[in-house]
Ligand binder design. Structure first.
Ligand SMILES: [Zn+2]
Ligand SMILES: [Zn+2]
Length: 270
């Protein structure tokens, strides 16, 4: 069987101060961004850290219209307009069941756009390379609706929000460091660690290579707690790397430091 082209991606920044990731579905440098809510300088630095440059970015997919996801560049350096978020006009239209599919010419993949549950329209993405390597991208959502979940089966990577931790948020409430309205907004619009773990549990399988946790709250979550929640559920299923035959890693993204360039080979599972 011919080798699959590896799918490469990196989360350049993630959190309430700005989100951006770069995806290279054929591993050949031809990229698109998901969200670009950080400065041009940070995008350039993040891209060069993974041996990519802005000249190789041909599109930007935007999950939704909040400032931490929307482009910050004023000069229009990138070719926006090819794609956008649903709340911003009819650039892509959902079909009847709430999803739509787009073909990326020259970018070696197709993308299903699926609805999330946020306080404004927000999209999740299911990206599949022409070699069948599949990534799901889930952020800024109170839950993952069934209509979206059914498009996400058998992913090789799950990039998913782990915004708040139930115990930590409750402790912060009791101590008065977090006001009650934050609890309400968190519950209504963002995924908790345990809700994230539920989604991972529903989607995990032999072929899953990595779970990348994004959009962690700096006050109501911690990288350790988020990682624990994801690893526990993967370990229970027998999928966690380093435990038995497991091969799935967990990577926690951060606000200020890009992740490594993650390489998916799609060789496991069927
Ligand atoms: Zn948002
Ligand atoms: Zn956000």
């Amino acid at each position: 069987m011919p080798q699959k082209k590896p799918y490469k991606f990196s989360v350049l920044a993630s959190g309430s101060k700005g989100n951006c990731s770069v995806h290279d579905p054929a591993g050949d440098g031809n990229c698109f961004l998901i969200d670009s809510g950080i400065s041009d300088k940070k995008i350039d630095a993040g891209l060069s850290g993974v041996n990519r440059s802005i000249g190789q970015v041909h599109s930007v997919l935007i999950t939704h219209g909040h400032g931490d996801h929307l482009p910050k560049n004023k000069a229009g350096r990138y070719q926006y307009g090819k794609l956008g978020h649903r709340g911003n006009g009819p650039r892509y239209q959902p079909v009847e069941d709430g999803t739509t599919e787009i073909e990326f010419t020259g970018c070696y993949c197709k993308i299903n756009i699926v609805p999330m549950v946020h306080d404004i329209p927000c999209d999740g993405f299911v990206i599949e390379s022409n070699d069948g390597i599949k990534i799901v991208h889930i952020t800024d959502t109170a839950e993952v609706p069934d209509v979206s979940l059914k498009y996400m089966e058998k992913p090789h990577a799950i990039v998913i929000e782990a915004n708040w931790d139930e115990l930590l948020l409750n402790r912060n409430l009791q101590e008065g460091s977090t006001p009650g309205c934050v609890l309400e907004r968190s519950v209504d619009t963002h995924l908790s660690n345990s809700a994230m773990a539920d989604v991972v549990e529903q989607l995990m399988w032999d072929g899953l290579e990595v779970v990348v946790l994004i959009h962690l709250s700096s006050t109501n979550n911690s990288p350790v707690l988020a990682r624990q929640a994801a690893e526990e559920v993967l370990e229970r299923g027998g999928f966690l790397a380093g435990k038995g035959d497991g091969q799935c890693r967990v990577i926690v993204s951060g606000q200020d430091k890009p992740t490594e360039l993650i390489i998916l080979r799609g060789n496991h599972g069927q």
